[in-house]
Write a protein that binds this ligand. Structure first.
Ligand SMILES: Nc1ncnc2c1ncn2[C@@H]1O[C@H](COP(=O)(O)OP(=O)(O)OP(=O)(O)O)[C@@H](O)[C@H]1O
Length: 235
């Protein structure tokens, strides 16, 4: 099976800081890779490279069979939910869906189904800038899926939103990957690992891969060793 993402020895610097230090990664259809790391670990830097937003220093990145330094064709099959709010705040919910569908050069046919699945019917006339955080993220994810992408890149998808919106988005994420899509989802909350199929732990510019269960255990063992160290220092 050909991977949807194939990254080899990727390096990135921001200013003088080495943010990604030779990491490699493969992602296959049906997978949801949780990109876990502390604040400032470089998750957004990696996700921006995978989405073709930022250039990178060295290494090779193939997305959906395209060398992304040579071709942008992969962007047609990409859905993106950014960390920063990126919808049109003065446009109403329906207008955002319509406008983004036009920008993506896709038809409007998928809008009614997305409105239903993300339970946006009651908000269609509201400007995006006035939505609460949970509904805003539901709309962000609906917009990301407008072009029926094969690959979804999401940064902080369900952070700081209400549990109902979290569940709804995770249900749709699960539907997306089980129907053959693939997702890379960046977050810094360990509990979100349980909603992924594999975890890439980003630390010091490198990725280590774990099952969700192993990531949780690794986290707990790190916490324990910090507690033991501080206990020893205070004794
Ligand atoms: N525009 C910038 N100028 C200077 N440094 C930057 C810039 N953008 C990112 N950095 C630095 O690069 C490193 C990686 O940042 P990045 O945003 O990728 O981390 P992150 O893991 O996504 O963090 P968070 O969980 O807070 O979103 C951090 O040390 C950050 O301070």
């Amino acid at each position: 099976m050909t991977p949807l993402i194939k990254v080899i020895d990727l390096k990135q610097t921001i200013g003088k800081q080495k943010v990604l230090d030779g990491l490699s990664l493969e992602l296959y259809s049906g997978e949801c890779l949780g990109l876990f790391g502390a604040r400032g670990a470089g998750k957004t830097a990696l996700l921006h490279i995978l989405s073709g937003i930022d250039r990178f220093k060295s290494g090779s990145v193939e997305i959906l069979g395209c060398d992304i330094r040579k071709s942008e064709a992969f962007k047609k099959q990409l859905g993106l939910v950014t960390q920063e709010r990126s919808l049109f705040r003065d446009l109403k919910v329906y207008e955002n869906l319509e406008f983004i569908a036009v920008l993506k050069n896709t038809g409007l046919d998928s809008i009614p189904d997305l409105v239903k699945r993300f339970e946006l019917t009651d908000y269609l006339g509201e400007p995006a800038g006035r939505l609460n955080a949970g509904v805003y993220q539901r709309l962000s994810m609906a917009c990301a899926l407008l072009n029926e992408p094969r690959l979804l890149i999401a940064d902080d998808l369900i952070n700081d939103i209400d549990p109902y919106a979290q569940r709804l988005i995770l249900k749709e994420l699960n539907r997306f990957v089980t129907s053959g899509g693939a997702c890379v989802w960046g977050f810094s909350r360990i509990e979100f690992c349980a909603a992924t199929s594999r975890v890439g732990w980003l630390e010091k510019g490198s990725l280590t891969f774990y099952t969700p269960q192993e990531a949780q255990e690794q986290w707990e063992s790190q916490l324990l060793s910090i507690e033991q160290q501080s206990g020893g220092e205070n004794a």
